[in-house]
Structure formats: C-alpha cells, structure tokens
Design a protein around this ligand. Structure first.
Ligand code: NAP
Length: 290
C-alpha cells in the first residue's frame, strides 16, 4: 500500500451507503501497483449534503471521486462540465478534477463493454434481449445501440418504463432498433435464432439468490449467452439457468472492476493493462469472500 506523506493525493467515493464498497480494493491496489501516491477512501454523504460534499472535496484538493447510489444523477448540477456519454445516459459515477470544478463521466458503461470484451462477448450485429428497464438498463440500451447491436428487445415487468427507454434510444439512433415486450412475451420472439441476453434487473441479487426474473427453461434455450450485471452472488440463478440450458453465463463483477479501472485511468492518465486489472480482480475476489 501507498505510504502516506505530504505529497499524497486523495480520491474517494461519495454515496449512501458506502460501507460495502469494493472500490478501495480496486483503487488502492492500482495505486500501489502503478506507483501513484494516491489513497482512496469512502465518504458516507447524508441526504441533503451532496452539494456541500462536492464543493468541500474541491476545496480540499481531492483529485477524483466516484459517485454511487443514490447520487449518480443528483450530482450533475454541481459539476463544472460533463462528458457527452454521461450527459446522454443522465448518470455520472466518476468526477475528474479540473481547474474550475469537477467534470463528470460515466465509466459504468465503458466498464461493461471492457468486461464483455474480456469475456469474449460481442454486441456487434447481435439481436439482444435486455431484461429490465431501470436506470442501468437505460444506459445499457444506449451502449448496445452505440456498439452495433442489430436489435434490442427490452423485456420488463412494467412496459411503460421500457417504452420510454425504447423511444429515447430510437430517437437517438434514428432507427426503430428497440422494441418492448412484457416478460412472458419472449415466447413470441423468433425461435430460429439464438439471442444474447443482458440481465439488468435486480432480481436474484443477494439475499434473494433463489430468484431469476424468468425461470422457464424455454427462455434459456433461446439464448446463446447470458450476461448478468449482478455481482453478488457471482453465480446468480439466471447464470445457473443459462449454464443448465447450454448457454454461456457471465456475471457483473468484472464490470465493477473495469468501471473502477477506467475511473483510475481518468484520474491519473495511466493506462492499466489487462494483466494488472486481472491481478486486482483476484484481490477483489479475496475481499468478497473475507
Ligand atoms: P432499478 O433502477 O431499481 O431497476 C430495477 C429493475 O429490476 C427494473 O427493471 C424492475 O422492473 C426490475 N425488477 C425489480 N424487481 C422485480 C421483480 N420482482 N420482478 C420483475 N422485475 C423486477 O435498478 P438499477 O439501478 O437499474 O440496477 C439493476 C441491477 O444492475 C442491480 O441488480 C445492480 O446490482 C446491477 N448493477 C451492476 C453494476 C456492476 O458494476 N456490475 C453496476 C450498477 C448496477 P420494473 O421496471 O417493473 O420495476
């Protein structure tokens, strides 16, 4: 670990709660491995104190911050600038210090893309089933559209929310690339092909580990790969059902790793190799089981 001295810079995480975060494991190991004199700490920010936290961080010369639930959208008015991707997604998870204040970025989606690349999962030319229509699913739909998905079928319990995302993405792309169905309407999809499915609901997350948003084998027979964004547990029921039915199954822990790696690269200008990222990933696995 970095030895703290007069030249140490601080980075941190603002959110509520922050007590279970893995980000200190990611960033303190990266700092140690890359020789940067940086420490990373969690900051629990109470409701109503977000603006004071961002201004205070700037005043204290804090180099960079991550932002987590519930502040990813609320933080935007307190930034001096925002990256176009973060603006479009409407959520910021990384603040980078500039002369006048913090510039906001979203590294969750580039992180997912880098994780998928690591796992050998490609989006280009795919017909993709997106399960869920929450905040993350909205960003994922944008990401998939941006990266060459042929078609995105959003399946969600509340179809109004999914339709809103579809309208936004279709307007952005200028094509009718997204369509919306109820969860059980997957049965109406063409069965002469296999789909990539991205699982972006919160169903199956700890402690409800015995649930998947769709549980019928029939659904899993339609997909070649299932990519779950949940990372606790690592093997969700969704992933178990994918594997049971002969599909590949991946979890969201590497997405978490790579959103951190990309934030670290933005703060330091360093470039983190895949090899170093994997070493940090091993430490995350140890920390998760500790
Ligand atoms: P959110 O805005 O609360 O959305 C939750 C989604 O789950 C909605 O589509 C909701 O459907 C659906 N859902 C919840 N309970 C359901 C149920 N009983 N039956 C059917 N559908 C249900 O959550 P979010 O912020 O988008 O996060 C979604 C997931 O992404 C979380 O599990 C989180 O762990 C994961 N995530 C992972 C990473 C990573 O780094 N790997 C980063 C961020 C988030 P309705 O629209 O019908 O309510």
């Amino acid at each position: 670990m970095v030895e703290i001295n007069g030249n140490t810079y601080t980075c941190g995480l603002i959110g509520n709660p922050v007590e279970h975060t893995m980000s200190p494991v990611i960033h303190n190991n990266l700092a140690s491995a890359t020789g940067e004199n940086i420490v990373y700490v969690p900051f629990h920010v109470e409701t109503g104190r977000l603006e004071a936290a961002v201004k205070g961080a700037f005043g204290l010369n804090i180099l960079g911050m991550n932002v987590t639930v519930p502040y990813k959208s609320d933080v935007i008015p307190f930034l001096s600038d925002i990256d176009p991707l973060a603006q479009r997604i409407g959520a910021v998870n990384t603040l980078v210090r500039t002369e006048n204040g913090y510039k906001g970025y979203n590294t969750d989606m580039p992180g997912l893309l880098r994780a998928m690349k690591h796992d050998g999962v490609s989006v280009e030319g795919e017909q993709i089933i997106l399960l869920g229509a929450g905040g993350v699913a909205r960003a994922v739909a944008m990401l998939l559209a941006d990266n060459g998905a042929e078609k995105i079928i959003i399946l969600n319990r509340t179809t109004e929310k999914a339709q809103k995302i579809a309208d936004e993405v279709n307007e952005y792309t200028g094509k009718e690339i997204v369509e919306v169905k109820k969860l059980d309407e997957y049965k109406s999809l063409a069965s002469d092909r296999k789909y990539l499915a991205v699982q972006a609901t919160s169903v199956g997350m700890y402690p409800n580990v015995d649930e998947a948003v769709i549980e019928e084998d029939e659904f899993y027979n339609m997909i070649h790969t299932g990519y779950d964004l949940i990372f606790n547990p690592l093997e969700t029921k969704f992933i178990k059902l994918c594997r049971k039915n002969g599909a590949n199954g991946f979890h969201g822990y590497r997405m978490l790793l790579y959103q951190g790696v990309i934030a670290y690269e933005l703060w330091t200008g360093d470039s983190v190799s895949d090899e170093l990222a994997e070493q940090v990933y091993e430490k995350m696995l140890v920390a998760m089981n500790a």
